[in-house]
Design a binder for this molecule. Structure first.
Ligand SMILES: NC(=O)c1ccc[n+]([C@@H]2O[C@H](COP(=O)([O-])OP(=O)(O)OC[C@H]3O[C@@H](n4cnc5c(N)ncnc54)[C@H](OP(=O)(O)O)[C@@H]3O)[C@@H](O)[C@H]2O)c1
Length: 360
């Protein structure tokens, strides 16, 4: 058996950080060695620092670990214990990630980020493992540009992750022209404690324009083409309307698509059901198989019933029917803190280990 790879979690006490911990607790390749959070939590036992909100129990060995301050090794003004792990999964808030992630990458760490500041940066790969694994090669350009031994690889926005999960099979089969999406996003997407309950209960909250920009822009980078160290964005257009609703986990999206080549309903379903990509072929530990699940029942997917499909790593599609404005419309559902965040990062890291880009 190969030795496990030490990994740490930045922002370990938050909504995404807790998902990382539950997914890494019994991971076959990675060993959780470093838990990092703000000065509020630093020095405490993890079990005392965290307000554990997941259904699965907090692993007792993790509860007894000490939380460290997230900082670059030896960075002046940010005292904290040195970070042992080279691989760091980041669930930092955007404003903290913007400063800390490059400092940590410069110090030699491999950062798998869930934060937004560097997603659209030209030399930072924005990767959904099934769709654009070849974009991971951009880390070589990034390291050359910046003189870093480490790197930053980003995950997409949680809503965009599941949207591209469903769009990519259609683009491969028929070509995409236009996409309209209206979202109903879970409360946990805003972190913990997140949106005040009196804003969320009995209410639907329009999302900030920033969220809509991410859902419109990130798919074009992810489904773009890497050539000569730069990514040429895909050319289809996305129009997004984003809303927060009072469910705990699981982002729901109502999608209409205009295709470049006409498709029958059987061809649409066939494109989703035959979608098998590198993570499935390699049987990476966190890969869902299938990556896209098509439900036949007219009243599915439903958030509470279907968000854990494929251990929360699959995108669930249903209600495929003709669209009066575009060609086809359908509903999709995906888990926001698993595939849309922690699980997606871990799958990217697994592929980099498999490809020898992270040494075992
Ligand atoms: N929630 C989702 O569905 C989702 C999906 C995709 C991406 N994201 C992104 O993932 C990131 C984390 O989101 P979240 O929902 O987990 O947020 P969250 O619940 O608010 O957690 C934030 C975490 O960051 C830590 N932190 C705060 N300030 C810090 C500082 N100055 N230095 C070091 N650590 C600090 C907090 O530690 P303390 O407990 O010590 O304060 C906590 O562990 C964000 O960038 C978010 O946009 C979230």
């Amino acid at each position: 058996m190969l030795p496990s790879i030490p990994v740490g979690v930045l922002g370990a006490t938050g909504a995404v950080g807790q998902r990382f911990i539950s997914l890494l607790a019994h991971h076959p390749w990675f060993e959780l060695t470093d838990l990092l959070a703000s000065e509020r939590s630093a020095g405490k036992r993890y079990g005392d620092a965290v307000n554990w909100i997941l259904e699965s129990p907090l692993p007792p060995d993790v509860a007894n670990m000490r939380v460290k301050v997230a900082c670059a090794n030896g960075k002046p003004g940010k005292p904290g214990s040195p970070i042992g792990a080279r691989v760091l999964f980041s669930a930092l808030p955007s404003e903290d990630a913007e400063e800390m992630e490059p400092a940590l990458a410069a110090a030699g760490h491999y950062i798998f980020s869930n934060a937004s500041p560097y997603r659209m940066t030209a030399d930072v790969p924005l990767v959904v493992t099934e769709i654009n694994p070849e974009h991971l090669n951009l880390v070589k350009t990034q390291q050359a540009n910046r003189g870093w031994e480490g790197f930053i690889v980003c995950n997409a926005n949680c809503t965009a992750t599941h949207l591209v999960g469903a769009l990519h099979p259609l683009d491969l089969a028929f070509g995409l022209d236009k996409v309209f999406v209206a979202t109903m996003q879970a409360a946990s997407g805003a972190g913990y404690p997140g949106v005040p309950s009196l804003d969320l209960i009995d209410n639907i909250m329009p999302h900030s324009y920033g969220e809509e920009d991410k859902v419109q822009e990130e798919p074009l980078k992810i489904m773009g083409t890497l050539a000569g160290g730069t990514i040429e964005p895909a050319s289809f257009k996305v129009s997004a309307h984003c809303h927060r609703v009072g469910v705990v986990d699981g982002h729901y999206e109502a999608v209409s698509v205009a295709l470049r080549r006409q498709a029958t309903i059987d061809e649409m379903i066939g494109a989703f059901r035959s979608y098998r990509r590198l993570p499935q072929e390699l049987q990476l530990p966190s890969a869902p198989d299938p990556a896209v699940i098509v439900m036949d029942q007219l009243n599915r997917p439903q958030t509470r019933l279907d968000r854990m499909a494929g251990n929360g790593m699959a995108t669930v599609v249903g209600r495929i029917r003709p669209c009066n404005l575009f060609d086809w419309r359908f509903s999709l559902l995906g888990h926001n803190t698993i595939r849309g965040a922690a699980g997606g990062s871990i799958l990217n890291a697994e592929l980099m280990v498999h490809q020898g880009m992270i040494a075992r």
